[in-house]
Design a protein around this ligand. Sequence first.
Ligand code: AMP
Ligand code: MG
Length: 331
Amino acid sequence: MSGSYQRDLALAVEAVRAAARVCAAVQQRLVTAETLEKRDRSPVTVADFASQAIVCQRLLAELPSDAVVGEEDAGVLRSGSQPALLEAVVRELAAEVPGPPSAEDALRWIDRGGADASGGRYWTLDPIDGTKGFLRGDQYAVALALLEECEVVLGVLACPNLPDGQGGRGAVFTAVRGQGAQVLPLGSGTKQGRPVRVARVQRAAQARLCESVESGHSDQDRSARIAAALGIRSEPLRIDSQCKYAAVARGDASIYLRMPTRKDYEEKVWDHAAGMLVVEEAGGRVTDVEGRKLDFRRGRTLVANRGVVATCGSIHDEVLAAIAKVQEEPC
Ligand code: AMP
Ligand code: MG
C-alpha cells in the first residue's frame, strides 16, 4: 500500500461535508409534504447533481489526474430539456464553490464523475445514497471511496441525519485500510475523529439486524427467516443507504443483510465501497451472501457477487450458515 493517505482523507472529508451541507439544505427546503404526495423527485435530482459536482470540483482542484466513477452524468442537463433544473443546480453550487460557478462549470464537474472503473487509482462516488430516504426526510449518505488496483483503500460516509452519538445529528465515518475507522461530527471543521468499533457479540441470537427500508432493495421476508433461524427476536432496524454500514461499524446493529430480490440485479460499486471499508476497519467482516469477498475488479458493478452481508465479525460464519440453510428451504 502506498503512502498513508492523510492528504486524500482530509480532502475526501472536506468534499463530503460540503456536499452534505447542500443536500441537507435542499432536504430541509424542498422535501415537503407536497413533494412527497406528488412523488416529485426534483429535490433529490437537484441535490444529486449538486453533490456530485461539488465532490468532483474538490477532487479536480487538488488531484487533477484522479478518475471518478460517479452515479450521475450530466446528459439530461446538457440536452437543454430542463433549463430550470440546471439553474437550480448552479444556484445550490454557489453556496459551496468559489465563483460564482457557471452552468458550464456545473456540467463539467458532474461529468468528471463519468470515468470507467478500471485498474489504477480512482474514486467511487454516490452523491446521494438512499434517495428514497432523502425524499422521506429520513436517512441518506454521501459516499466516497478511493480504490487502488481494484482494492478499496479509503472510504468516507457523510450521514447528515444519523445521530452523532453525542446528542447531536450528523456524522462522517472514515476508514483507511490498515488504519482503523473513525467518526467525526458532520457540522464542524473538526479533523480529529473518535475511533469506531463494532459491538462485541458472541452469538448471533444477541445481535440486532439491520436492512433496507425498501423491500424492493432487499428481500425482507427472507431476512426474517434468517433472523428466526439465528434465534434473533428483536425487530430489524430499517435504515436507508450506507448508514447501515455505519450502524454496524459503531455497534447500533451487528448484522446488515442485503438479500437479493432479483436474479439479475448487480450491486453498484458506489453503493458499497466506502461502507465496506468502514465496517472492516471497525473490526467487522463484509462478504456477499455466499461468503465471497466483494469483488471490485469488474467495473461499475459487483457482478461476481450476490447481495451483501456485513457483520461485527465474530458471528459472520454463523450468519452465512443460516443464510445457506434458509436458501435451501422452499419459499
Ligand atoms: P438502500 O437505501 O440500502 O435500500 O439502497 C439504496 C440503493 O439501492 C440505491 O443506491 C440503488 O442503487 C440500489 N438498488 C436499486 N434497486 C435495487 C435492487 N433491486 N436491489 C438492490 N439494490 C437496489
Ligand atoms: Mg446508492
